[in-house]
Design a protein around this ligand. Structure first.
Ligand code: SF4
Ligand code: SF4
Length: 388
């Protein structure tokens, strides 16, 4: 019988009370010992700090309680010296301190005696991944030169472009500021973006991944969806295996999530029950709940199933999912214009305008709009009527 290649541990975590999170984190990490971390090493805790505008109760950023619990465990059991850092989206450029404060990471850093770093100020270095599916080389934060290992702390969410965001995708945050937009320009489709994310992940390969799946996001994630309780902490040294399990728990076919399939094909991690040893659950009795898919992802799946000859102009229009503007909500802040890799957005007469011809359907704008000034089209009429 083949031996499993990777171990994934999960534990119930019913809420974000610090003692409840601490107990769940202790359970999953002790089940993964010995952790592949150097004793006394300098460890980067890398949460998902996507949006400065979102408070802790919105299911967008990794909760500070998870970062704190993992930090305490690593200090107690591995004598770790801790660093905390992430770079969010366009709305957080030059505003790392603001998002850290909003999330409560300043208090966590103080409690742990950790360095809380702004990745926008540390400089960059050129790296090559183990794969070069889309990106032969790229620049990442020099924080990687300052630490012995990365501990990845993603928030479990659906994602309009890639289906889901978990451990593999969370590595994108180590490309500060506008480097993320450069990746979207190099990889303008969901499939290419997933391949680029695998390239980035393959250059970083976190030593450990602990997913905040207590309250995730369903629907139009990573920032416009709805809260969805899963009540779990998931951990593994193998990011691909953790994401594979996360897909299964969300009711999402892992075979349709290219970050999982491409990373698995490249030998970067395990996927499937035959390759993954589960601790804390059984494959035939997984405790998951079905997450609603992002609308864009549903249509992309349908597009793949249809014979090419019926995907004519009308069908293309029906299946396209370019954002719609919502002028009543738009405060003309310009964040979406800055984030758009295609130059498809502009501010005119105090509101945002979309050039449909230029739009790549990458959804950076929806991720970064703090005011629901953009949305995905809903229903047949919404698709057929002229967009703005
Ligand atoms: S308008 Fe939005 S979805 Fe279209 S390319 Fe720009 S950022 Fe991407
Ligand atoms: S749509 Fe949103 S992000 Fe864009 S300008 Fe309006 S409020 Fe700002």
């Amino acid at each position: 019988m083949d031996r499993p290649q990777s171990r994934v541990a999960l534990a119930r975590c019913g809420n974000y009370q610090p003692e409840v999170v601490q107990a769940a984190v202790e359970r999953v990490l002790s089940n993964l010992e010995p952790l592949p971390l150097p004793a006394g090493g300098r460890i980067l805790l890398k949460p998902n700090c996507l949006a400065a505008s979102s408070g802790p109760d919105e299911p967008i950023n990794t909760r500070a309680e998870v970062t704190a619990a993992v930090g305490r465990y690593l200090q107690a059991h591995h004598q770790a010296e801790l660093v905390i850092a992430d770079s969010g989206g366009i709305g957080t450029y030059d505003r790392a301190e603001r998002v850290y404060r909003r999330m409560g990471l300043d208090r966590v850093a103080q409690e742990l005696g950790a360095d809380l770093l702004n990745l926008e100020t540390l400089g960059l270095k050129q790296v090559q991944g183990r794969t070069s599916l889309v990106l032969p080389s790229f620049r990442v934060s020099r924080v990687l030169d300052q630490v012995d290992a990365v501990v990845n702390l993603p928030k479990l969410k659906t994602h309009m472009l890639t289906g889901m965001t978990g451990a593999v995708k969370n590595c994108l945050g180590l490309l500060p500021g506008s480097l993320k937009r450069d990746v979207h320009i190099a990889a303008p489709t969901g499939r290419l973006m997933s391949a680029a994310l695998v390239d980035i992940f393959s250059a970083i390969v976190p030593a450990l991944n602990v997913l905040d799946a207590v309250v995730g996001m369903e629907g139009n994630g990573p920032s416009q969806g709805r809260a969805k309780e899963l009540g779990l902490i998931i951990a593994s040294h193998d990011a691909v295996a953790a994401d594979y399990l996360a897909c299964r728990l969300m009711g999402l076919d892992p075979g349709a999530v290219a970050t999982v399939t491409l990373a698995h094909q490249a030998g970067l991690g395990a996927a499937g029950p035959a390759e993954i040893e589960l601790v804390g659950a059984q494959w035939d009795r997984l405790p998951g709940v079905r997450f609603a898919l992002p609308m864009s992802f549903q249509f992309r799946s349908a597009q793949r199933l249809l014979p090419p000859k019926i995907t004519g102009r009308l069908m293309a229009r029906l299946l396209e999912a370019k954002p719609r503007t919502v002028p009543a909500n738009c405060r003309a802040c310009g964040l979406c214009v800055q984030s758009c890799p295609a130059g498809a957005l502009s501010l005119q007469e105090g509101t945002v305008r979309l050039d449909r011809e230029l739009c790549l359907e990458c959804y950076c704008c929806l991720e970064h709009c703090p005011d629901q000034g953009l949305r995905l089209p809903r229903g047949l009429w919404d698709r057929l009527r002229p967009g703005r």
